[in-house]
Write a protein that binds this ligand. Structure first.
Ligand code: FAD
Length: 465
């Protein structure tokens, strides 16, 4: 058994681990990264964010090809299989692994491939694929082991047509019909992808509306467009049993008595933190029932030299936040100014249409009795959207009718997750710099989707009296 010494050992090479390791190295610490998979990138690159976004991008291109009359000169509409579309995702995964690997090399971070666990608070035991064991002795540890789909014991995930969001990436055919159970962000994104491929989707969940944390108008728009793309949304339903048939299909039995049959079933209901097998008992830490660890505002666990970041600490469980949480955890170890608590995360949902938002919703402002006003811009009226043939969408700015402070930005449509950042920059300004007037007193490039801010601001200011 070899023994190595480090200042910081990071467990897990996803976005949280990468952010932590690179920052700690830049701040002069001797850093080791321990990763169970034999490649960097984490579940983000291999199973989550990147493959699903690459799939969606390809599907959007297929939709454009099949619906834009200009392409009829070239060819008739074409069907693409799921495995065909998956190939483009695989290419992006490889590119991501290559660039991310270079960050470790450039920052002189030692990479160890194997499963890490605590022998004690300063010793990580590493078991590699051949079963060989090494030990890393360290002053600090950052746990960034991420999450995996939650799998209820009563569903047979070994059935060839029952998938979760990890195993769906091994789907080797295009089902005609698909049941998606769970209409959170991941369920809605996969519903958009499969609808775009012409699959008839039943989207089932136990709430009374999709993504209820969104502004109602945006959530309604998502339901409308999913339905328009042939998804059947069934609200307020819970599963009784998922029956994998011998002929390969799946029947979903709902507590309401309904039975739904489809070629395949995709479970998208919940995730579990990867804390089992970490040897937490050897350091006096305990995960909650969802496998997640509790940290303070400095990303420190109850054990002073052990930090945690990313999906393993729960909310918001986004790659966007995980990078910054990891970076902050490392910044806190060194006590420099790269620390911040990450709580201002915009929502980015890559459904078709795309959704993004930040700040308060109309529902929240009304409940809080804040006197707000609304400014809206519809993409169909902007030159850029007309040129790009992407007329679906809207930008909505919520602002205080007396102070004019921007309180919320809600957007759906093409590039929504990019468009939101202009509003985010203004919302983050202090005092008078954060008012809706910025959008009418600033000249944006034209034609751009940024024009929607000017149009929405003029619309909103026009409602004041
Ligand atoms: P992960 O990316 O989960 O990486 C953890 C790493 O730790 C893994 O490589 C794992 O092998 C390793 N590991 C685990 N245990 C050990 C151990 N004991 N020893 C060594 N290594 C270990 N987020 C967004 O911001 N935008 C999106 O569009 C988005 N889309 C998503 C779509 C899907 C389908 C899914 C599932 C997730 C999506 N997410 C998205 C969420 C995002 O993927 C996660 O928030 C992000 O991956 C979390 O990063 P992480 O670093 O915490 O962990």
């Amino acid at each position: 058994m070899a023994v190595y010494n480090y200042d910081v050992v990071v467990l897990g090479a996803g976005p949280a681990g990468e952010g932590a390791a690179v920052n700690a190295a830049k701040l002069g610490r001797r850093v080791a990264m321990v990763e169970e998979r034999n490649m960097v990138g984490g579940n983000c690159v291999h199973l989550g964010t990147i493959p699903s976004k690459a799939l969606r991008y390809s599907v959007k291109q297929i939709i454009q090809f099949n619906t834009n009359p200009m392409f009829r000169v070239i060819s008739e509409p074409r069907d693409f299989s799921f495995p065909d579309v998956l190939k483009s995702a695989e290419a992006v995964i490889n590119l991501q692994v290559r660039s991310r690997h270079s960050y470790y090399a450039r920052n002189r971070i030692d990479l160890f491939y194997g499963k890490g666990s605590f022998a004690d608070a300063n010793t990580i035991e590493l078991v590699n694929a051949d079963g060989a064991v090494d030990r890393l002795v360290t002053r600090e540890v950052i746990i960034a082991t991420g999450s995996r789909p939650y799998r209820p014991a009563d569903i047979d995930f070994n059935h060839p047509r029952i998938y979760d969001s990890d195993t769906i990436l091994k789907l080797n055919h295009t089902p005609r019909t698909l049941i998606i159970y769970g209409a959170g962000v991941i369920g809605c994104e996969y519903a958009s992808i499969f609808c775009g491929l012409g699959v008839k989707v039943d989207l089932i969940h136990n709430r009374d509306r999709l993504l209820s944390f969104l502004d109602d108008e945006i959530s309604d728009a998502l339901s409308y467009h999913l339905r328009a793309n042939m998804a059947l949304i069934r609200n307020n339903e819970e599963y009784e049993k998922v029956e994998g048939l011998k002929d390969g299909g799946v029947v979903l039995h709902l507590k309401s008595g309904k039975k739904i049959k489809a070629d395949a079933f995709l479970w998208c209901n919940g995730r579990t933190g990867n804390t089992d097998g970490l040897g937490l008992e050897n350091v006096g830490l305990q995960a909650n029932s969802r496998g997640q660890l509790t940290v303070d505002e400095h990303y420190r666990t109850e054990v002073p030299n052990i930090y945690a970041a990313g999906d393993v600490i729960g909310w918001p469980s986004l790659a966007s936040a995980a990078f910054d949480q990891g970076r902050s955890a490392a910044g806190n170890i060194v006590e420099n100014d790269s620390w911040r608590f990450v709580d201002d995360v915009p929502t980015g949902i890559y459904t078709i249409p795309e959704i993004s938002s930040l700040g308060k919703t109309e529902r929240e402002l009304t409940a809080e009795r804040v006197p707000y006003e609304v400014g809206q811009a519809f993409f169909k009226n902007t030159a850029r959207a007309q040129i790009s043939g992407e007329p679906v969408g809207m930008l909505k700015i919520l602002f205080h009718r007396e102070t004019l402070q921007v309180l919320g930005i809600h957007c759906f449509g093409d590039q929504a997750s990019e468009i939101v950042h202009i509003g985010q920059a203004i919302m983050n300004q202090k005092g008078e710099a954060n008012t809706i007037k910025y959008f009418v007193n600033t000249t944006f490039n034209y034609p751009t989707m940024a024009e929607a801010y000017r149009v929405a601001a003029l619309d909103g200011l026009g409602r004041l009296f």
